[in-house]
Design a protein around this ligand. Structure first.
Ligand SMILES: C[S@@+](CC[C@H](N)C(=O)[O-])C[C@H]1O[C@@H](n2cnc3c(N)ncnc32)[C@H](O)[C@@H]1O
Length: 837
């Protein structure tokens, strides 16, 4: 069970900014106040002016006019001294920027020039662009600008596609050092659509010399859904997942497929820019967003760090821009778009886009119970609890006890078990015919209360025992026994593994009244107070809740082994009857970045499984159909948040492919008897290993493995944190967050590939730990079926991979595929932080 403190739901407040690309004002504190009065939270400001732009263009043009045509040298390179003759831009002058450090600066988002081309294949243009960029970053840093909006890399240069991104990334890396207090927002489109990448008058891109451009196209001219994400991935990798490097995402009029939306949802999107052209018109002519856009915004707004919304080209802020500029901007809207001022002055809204977004803020869907409960815990890494070795605090138990589902389900399971016991007329271990029920690991006693209720509901008498090793919690158990349970419970303060079992009156003395008894470790009912004699007997029903986020990671198997022999050998049952660990590979850039930074001081950080409320993640292996925006439109109401809710085809989430790693069942009738040659009991039967194959549809990066659990309490009463089954089995249960097994070095995953996870549960009879390793395969189409055909590893898998046939071979139109390993992690091990038994 996980531990976190719930906090009150603060509600969703949008932070909204205004972007005017041609803003030429010298912004002062008064302007910012004006913007606030209009209900905007912040404004963007260009770092440099058109004067600076003109100055750079004239420099370039006079430089080019004096240059010879770039030629290859005898060694075949164009990187010669002649061709790379630098052009140095002199420092900024007062006419080059309208920005002045003042009280308003902290409310401004600086925008660097979009007319540069850091990716240019022409070294002259790329270097000139780099200088412009650096001058702007340095001046923004000097002025105290905290946030910079950096237009994303230009991906298409004649026939060359996505080749210069590394130069862009290198420049950003330098900029991060130049502006040590600036957050750099790389402004990206959601998909790479070459048609959207148009050059404007004065852009440096078209000045690239023909000799550096390739005649023959190397890249596709089609839209690449993951093209801009690929560019981002390269930039942030070059910059080592820098915490001040984030995404400003431009939301297009037509949203891309859900798999692309999900990818961006997992990235650090700190700004969401919405152009006036992305709005639709409602019947009254007012700007509105489509249901799909609303759903995507709602999804982003549930993240721990909500993006700011920047409205672009939506007309002036009233009273801020001069009339000419205002008219220019407004002219983008046709006159029929809005009721004319004359016609309906009373209803005129000078900022209709802003009003709409503010209205959207009010209409944000309510948070799910787990979101409310876990506010502030999204993507927050926690070490798993070790309740076996550490005594929990009362507040921790109090948090557990707030779960609206778990205890209810336990009560149902116990009631059913008692009813079945009675219906099947099974003999009991108590001489009076009562069913002997023991809650082991009783904590502060909520399951004890539920067991008493279940007994009353089923009409089956029980002899109830509660075993707890936490001496502090035991005080409360004693108090509850007196105040709430009428002394009906026999309490045992002991580690369950050394409990000798319940004691019942000997057959001959069973008519004597039985009172409540307190038992300390190894002891029994205080028989000196009565004339009764007692015998040890079996437990009929053992109830425990010792589960962790990955089922067995809080050592439930080892604890329950300790009382295995106490459970009646024929009729005895355990609630839970079984539990299983489940997993799936994920992309989790935020978690990777946090762990990478932690590992500077703690080298074991990437070899530790963490409990974490997964939000900003993307499932790499999903069911084949990832849905469309249409689906999203139709079902925008049936949603909940992040990776923790159950996606169905009717929701906004692609369905993850989650597989079972292994299972434990209790009582375990297969434990081998203790060795005669050794005093220690072997734990070898609790070792597990698995190797599971996960098909991946879209390229991405695997940062680690998400782990979940399912448990059968009794019969059809089950609990689940598995995103695929949790809604059906135990919707709104809040007790557990998933577990996350990180990879030290993220692995790139190709389109239509496979991720294979090998995982061990290891033990040395003193502690338990996990080992994990990930391999990535590309599936190569082979000409004939004679080649070795893919046979995904599925040992231990409960179900086959989507897209694989019964034999495990990928098949499509008779084509065969060969698996080629393209990446492999090291074998990670949590042995240093293993769970002590
Ligand atoms: C996750 S808490 C559950 C507490 C309570 N049953 C509930 O559901 O709220 C697990 C409890 O088991 C206790 N525990 C763990 N291992 C134990 C052991 N070997 N013997 C006795 N108690 C144990 C812990 O001290 C803790 O109180």
């Amino acid at each position: 069970m996980d531990h976190y403190e719930p906090v009150n739901d603060p509600g969703v407040v949008f932070c909204i900014g205004h972007h005017e690309p041609n803003r030429s004002l010298k912004l002062t504190a008064d302007h910012v106040i004006r913007a606030h009065e209009s209900n905007y939270d912040m404004l963007t400001v260009p770092i440099t002016t058109t004067h600076f732009h003109s100055r750079v263009l004239s420099l370039l043009s006079s430089h080019l006019s004096g240059l010879q045509l770039p030629s290859l040298d005898p060694l075949g390179t164009r990187a010669t001294s002649q061709n790379t003759l630098p052009l140095i831009i002199p420092p900024l002058t007062k006419l080059d920027s309208n920005l002045t450090p003042n009280e308003a600066t902290s409310q401004l988002v600086g925008v660097t020039s979009s007319w540069i081309d850091l990716c240019s294949p022409d070294p002259l243009i790329a270097d000139l662009s780099r200088q412009v960029f650096m001058l702007e970053v340095a001046y923004a840093a000097f002025c105290g600008i905290g946030y910079l909006l950096i237009p994303g890399p230009k991906l298409h240069h004649g026939g060359i596609h996505s080749e210069g991104i590394v130069y862009y990334a290198r420049a950003v890396q330098d900029a991060l050092n130049l502006g040590p207090y600036i957050q750099f927002n790389i402004w990206l489109r959601m998909v790479d659509n070459p048609e959207m990448e148009v050059d404007n008058m004065g852009d440096l891109g078209p000045f690239a010399r023909q000799e550096f451009l390739q005649a023959e196209p190397t890249g596709s001219t089609k839209t690449d859904p993951f093209g801009t994400w690929d560019a981002w991935d390269l930039i942030r990798k070059t910059c080592k997942y820098h915490s001040r490097l984030v995404v400003a995402l431009s939301m297009p009029k037509q949203l891309p497929a859900l798999c692309v939306q999900s990818r961006w949802h997992s990235e650090p999107v700190h700004q969401l820019t919405i152009d006036a052209s992305s709005f639709l018109k409602n019947p009254k002519g007012y700007p509105v967003l489509s249901k799909a856009h609303q759903a995507f915004i709602a999804r982003l707004m549930r993240l721990r760090t909500r993006p700011w919304i920047i409205l672009c080209n939506v007309g002036p802020i009233p009273g801020l821009e001069d009339t000419e500029e205002a008219e220019g901007a407004q002219s983008q809207l046709s006159s029929s778009d809005y009721p004319s001022l004359k016609a309906s002055k009373k209803h005129h809204d000078p900022t209709p886009h802003l009003s709409y977004i503010r209205n959207l803020q009010e209409r944000q869907p309510p948070r799910t119970p787990i979101e409310r409960f876990g506010t502030g815990y999204q993507d927050y890494l926690q070490a798993p609890l070790q309740p076996l070795t550490v005594n929990l605090e009362s507040i921790t138990y109090e948090v557990f006890e707030k779960d609206p589902i778990k205890y209810e389900w336990y009560e149902r399971a116990i009631t059913k078990a008692l009813q079945d016991w009675s219906d099947q007329k099974k003999p009991t271990s108590h001489p009076d015919g009562k069913v002997i029920l023991a809650v082991v690991g009783a904590g502060r006693g909520p399951l004890v209360t539920r067991a008493l209720k279940a007994s009353a509901a089923a009409g089956v008498a029980i002899d109830l025992w509660a075993v707890e090793k936490n001496q502090n919690a035991f005080v409360l158990l004693q108090r509850h026994n007196e105040d709430i349970w009428d002394g009906k419970v026999s309490l045992v303060q002991s580690d369950m593994r050394s409990w000798k079992g319940p004691r019942v009156p000997s057959r001959g003395s069973r008519d004597e009244p039985q009172g409540s008894v307190d038992e300390t470790q190894g002891g029994g009912p205080d028989s000196s107070l009565t004339s009764r004699t007692f015998d040890y007997t079996h437990v009929d029903i053992v109830v425990s809740e010792l589960l962790g986020s990955f089922a067995d990671n809080e050592l439930s198997p080892e604890c329950l082994d300790g009382i295995n022999d106490l459970i009646h050998p024929e009729h005895g049952i355990s609630i839970p009857a079984s539990y299983s660990a489940h997993m799936t590979p994920i992309s989790a850039p935020k978690l990777h970045s946090d762990i990478a930074h932690q590992s500077i001081s703690n080298p074991a950080a990437p070899e530790t499984p963490y409990v974490v409320m997964l939000h900003a993640i993307d499932f790499l292996s999903t069911a084949e159909s990832t849905g469309t925006t249409e689906t999203l439109n139709h079902h925008s109401s049936s949603r909940s948040s992040g990776g923790t809710s159950t996606p169905t085809p009717a929701t906004e989430f692609p369905i993850p492919f989650v597989q079972t790693a292994w299972t434990f069942s209790h009582p375990n009738r297969n434990i081998s008897p203790p060795s005669r040659t050794s005093s220690t009991v072997s734990n070898a039967h609790n070792v597990r290993r698995t190797r599971l194959s996960f098909p991946t549809q879209n390229r991405g990066v695997c940062h680690g493995i998400a782990g979940y659990f399912e448990t059968v309490l009794y019969g059809d009463v089950e609990l689940s944190t598995n995103p695929v089954t949790m809604d059906a089995k135990s919707a709104t249960m809040i007790s557990w967050f998933p577990i996350y097994f990180p990879l030290k070095t993220p692995l790139n995953v190709p389109d239509n590939g496979e991720v294979v996870i090998t995982m061990y549960r290891q033990t040395d009879d003193r502690k338990v730990w996990y080992e994990w390793m990930v391999e990535v395969y590309a599936l190569e189409r082979t000409a004939t079926a004679a080649a070795w055909v893919a046979s995904p590893a599925t040992t231990g898998a409960r179900s086959g991979s989507p897209g694989t046939d019964a034999s495990g071979a990928k098949s499509s139109n008779q084509a065969s595929f060969r698996r080629v390993r393209v990446g492999m992690s090291e074998l990670h091990s949590s042995i240093k932080d293993g769970c002590l038994m």
